[in-house]
Design a protein around this ligand. Structure first.
Ligand SMILES: [Zn+2]
Length: 173
């Protein structure tokens, strides 16, 4: 493939400061969000990567499991911990399509996740910069690196489509 520039306004400029692969992992998180959507769950998806490899995945299953803790991040953290046989995820990066809530941000701190990358901001419940920044609070015993806004528009559009359909009462396409 020739490395020709793609047309279109939404292409981010390359930056030496950004580790490679964030968008690829966020695409995997978006695929998880679509899994949630197809189960009539609020479409949020998460993957956890270590050494360039995905070791845990999750999507929101709150309705399916009738469990208020069944957020994408919680399920992905549990899956990743099972995969590595360790509750500490110190060398892991977590990718989630929507800014983590206080519960998930707390779990991220407890798991010692190294890096958090999220897509859309959540002004109503976000705990990685919107309402609080729990993952970078110096009073807690762990802080994570944080990157916001990766494929944010795709993640937000999926959520908008979901709630649009809920309001209209139409079946999913
Ligand atoms: Zn959450």
């Amino acid at each position: 493939m020739p490395d020709a520039p793609e047309p279109g306004p939404r292409r981010e400029p390359p930056s030496l400061l950004q580790p490679p692969g964030d968008e690829a992992f966020m695409r995997a998180a978006l695929a998880e969000a679509i899994n949630a959507y197809e189960k009539d769950e609020v479409p949020v998806g998460c993957v956890i990567a270590r050494g360039g490899r995905i070791i845990g995945r999750g999507h929101n299953l709150r309705e399916t499991l009738k469990d208020p803790t069944a957020h994408a991040e919680m399920l992905a953290l549990t899956a990743a911990s099972e995969a590595v046989g360790e509750w500490r995820l110190e060398d892991c990066s977590l990718y989630v399509t929507l800014e983590p809530c206080p519960m998930c941000a707390g779990a991220i701190v407890n798991a010692r996740v190294k890096r958090v990358v999220f897509g859309a901001a959540d002004p109503k419940a976000g705990a990685c910069g919107s309402l609080f920044n729990l993952v970078q609070d110096s009073r807690l015993n762990h802080r994570a690196e944080l990157r916001a806004g990766v494929l944010a528009e795709e993640a937000a559009e999926l959520l908008r489509a979901f709630f649009r359909e809920k309001r209209s009462g139409k079946p999913l396409p």
